[in-house]
Design a protein around this ligand. Structure first.
Ligand code: NAD
Length: 486
């Protein structure tokens, strides 16, 4: 596949590859140079309703939810195997869609295959539980059953990874699915749908509908025939989905935004903390829900640390994601670039000091795409918008702090609760601070580490429920107590 070939793609409803009813299409743009990379259908509510109907029939009439879990596991494992086979093609599609470096996309694809293999492994491991019944000559068992039809709405930053966090456990549990990728990054979700078909997933079990969130996404959230909605995206969209999903008291799994503190105490391993302060934010141009965009550095090392960070940031090489020398690609879209620029403006008006970046690059090669220079602000305060709000771009804010107590108090003073990290060599402090931080994941002497065995999700407004790990499978089940009087 050439990076410049314009692909024509369809979407998948009830076992058929189809166009939108109206014939409408969306141009998928390459963030590197704004060229058209693909054309895909742009569907509306009617196509979403048909996909929901197909998923409903596939769930109610089987065979998918009722087949032996080991048989379902074999199909899910095969999807993982096909991702391994098509790793390079998938990685290149992801880079074309998102602009991230192809090396990052390859890591994503390795995680994706691992996710299908992990949930295939879990699918037949839950045999239920026999519980003690207080009445004589009776018995009680507790079993888990698939929750039903699942609407799965994903964002643009990790298109296939986020979709797989949802798709793999849903299939392993015996659910049927309608996937709705972000309208700007659908290519790898289309490809994984092809792989599901090839792996032998029955018609109607996996459907992929492409279109606007306000139409396709809203239909999935509102529909009485959808039993669970799983959403990853921004807080405002999440709140809209909660309201829509209340119509039939749907189950909900929500992974929302984050503004993640990265706290460097003065006894930290300086060089290691510096490496991770950099990678924690500028990886994928800062478009990571768990980016350590909010750096907090203790007094004694503050100036030296920020000077060293600035020197490293100035050396980050921007470019095309397909070029091996590129360290950071563009941001996702023109609209998103404008949002990043607006935050940089706001930060300066609020009194933060711009240390580097704060503009688009001047390199002629980077003028067509949506590039922004890695940006560092210091002298930031807790109540500034640059500290409290998710920029979701290559921008880092630095706050100076004095005591451990102050660091914890400031870090927790946010509506978000996705992840946080801190750096220290003091074992007592590790114990105290890791318990005091109110976040779904806390990293000690590391940052941005996740793996499929560990649950992922947010405290506070960063979400509801957990993905990955055993809990990630349980989200797709209902619990039934069967009581028998002999
Ligand atoms: P977004 O909320 O704009 O869109 C996410 C998805 O929701 C898209 O598919 C979109 O089409 C759909 N959508 C939009 N309006 C909708 C509606 N009314 N009803 C139903 N669906 C609708 O988010 P985005 O800009 O694509 O992604 C960035 C956000 O995602 C950031 O806030 C980031 O923190 C978050 N995110 C969180 C995690 C996590 O694990 N917590 C992971 C990745 C991204």
């Amino acid at each position: 596949m050439s990076a410049r070939e314009v692909m024509e793609k369809k979407m998948f409803v009830d076992g058929q590859w189809v166009d939108a009813d109206s014939g409408a299409i969306t141009d998928i743009l390459d963030p590197y140079d704004a060229s058209v990379a693909a054309r895909v259908p742009h569907a509306g509510r009617e196509e979403a309703r048909r996909a929901i109907g197909a998923a409903r029939r596939a769930f109610d009439q089987g065979p998918w939810p009722h087949m032996a879990a080991s048989e379902r596991a074999a199909v899910v494992r095969r999807i993982g195997d096909l991702v391994v086979r098509d790793r390079e093609e998938l990685a290149r599609l992801e880079t074309l869609d998102t602009g991230k470096t192809v090396e990052e996309s390859r890591w994503d694809m390795d995680d994706v295959s691992g996710i299908f293999h992990y949930f295939a492994g879990l699918a037949d491991k839950d045999g239920g539980e026999v519980i003690e019944s207080p009445m004589p000559d009776t018995s009680s068992v507790v079993v888990r059953e698939p929750v039903g039809v699942c609407g799965q709405i994903s964002p643009w930053n990790y298109p296939l990874l986020q979709a797989s966090w949802k798709l793999a456990p849903a299939l392993a549990a015996g659910c049927t699915v309608i996937m709705k990728p972000s309208e700007i990054t659908p290519l790898t979700t289309i490809k994984i749908t092809e792989l599901c078909e090839e792996a032998g997933v029955p018609a109607g079990v996996v459907n992929t509908v492409l279109g606007a969130g306000s139409q396709v996404g809203a239909e999935l959230s509102e529909s009485e025939d959808v039993d669970l909605i799983s959403f990853t995206g921004g807080i405002d969209t999440g709140k809209r989905i909660i309201r829509a999903a209340s119509t039939n008291v749907k189950k909900m799994a929500l992974e929302l935004g984050g503004k993640n503190p990265n706290i460097v105490f003065d006894d930290a391993d300086f060089e290691l903390a510096l490496d991770h302060a950099l990678n924690g934010v500028f990886f994928h141009a800062g478009q990571i829900c768990s980016a350590g965009a909010r750096l907090m550095v203790q007094d004694a090392i503050h100036d030296e640390f920020v000077d060293a960070l600035e020197a490293r940031i100035r050396n980050i090489r921007l470019g095309c994601g397909f070029d091996d020398k590129t360290e950071m690609g563009p941001v996702i879209s023109a609209e998103h670039l404008a949002k990043v620029e607006e935050y940089v403006d706001v930060a300066q008006k609020e009194g933060a000091r711009l240390r580097c970046g704060g503009a688009r690059p001047t390199d002629p090669e980077l003028q067509k795409g949506w590039f922004y220079l890695p940006t560092l602000f210091d002298r930031c305060e807790n109540d500034m918008r640059i500290v409290q709000e998710e920029v979701f771009g290559p921008v880092i804010s630095v706050e100076r702090f004095h005591t451990e107590e102050e660091a914890v108090q400031r870090a927790n003073a946010t509506v978000y609760g996705l992840s946080a990290g801190f750096w220290t060599r003091d074992p007592d402090r590790i114990h105290r601070v890791s318990r005091a931080l109110r976040f779904g994941t806390v990293w000690v002497n590391d940052f941005n580490v996740y793996f499929v065995q560990a649950p992922w999700g947010g405290y506070k407004q960063s979400g509801l429920g957990r993905e990955l790990g055993r809990m990630g499978l349980e989200e797709y089940t209902e619990v039934k107590h069967i009581y028998q009087n002999h």
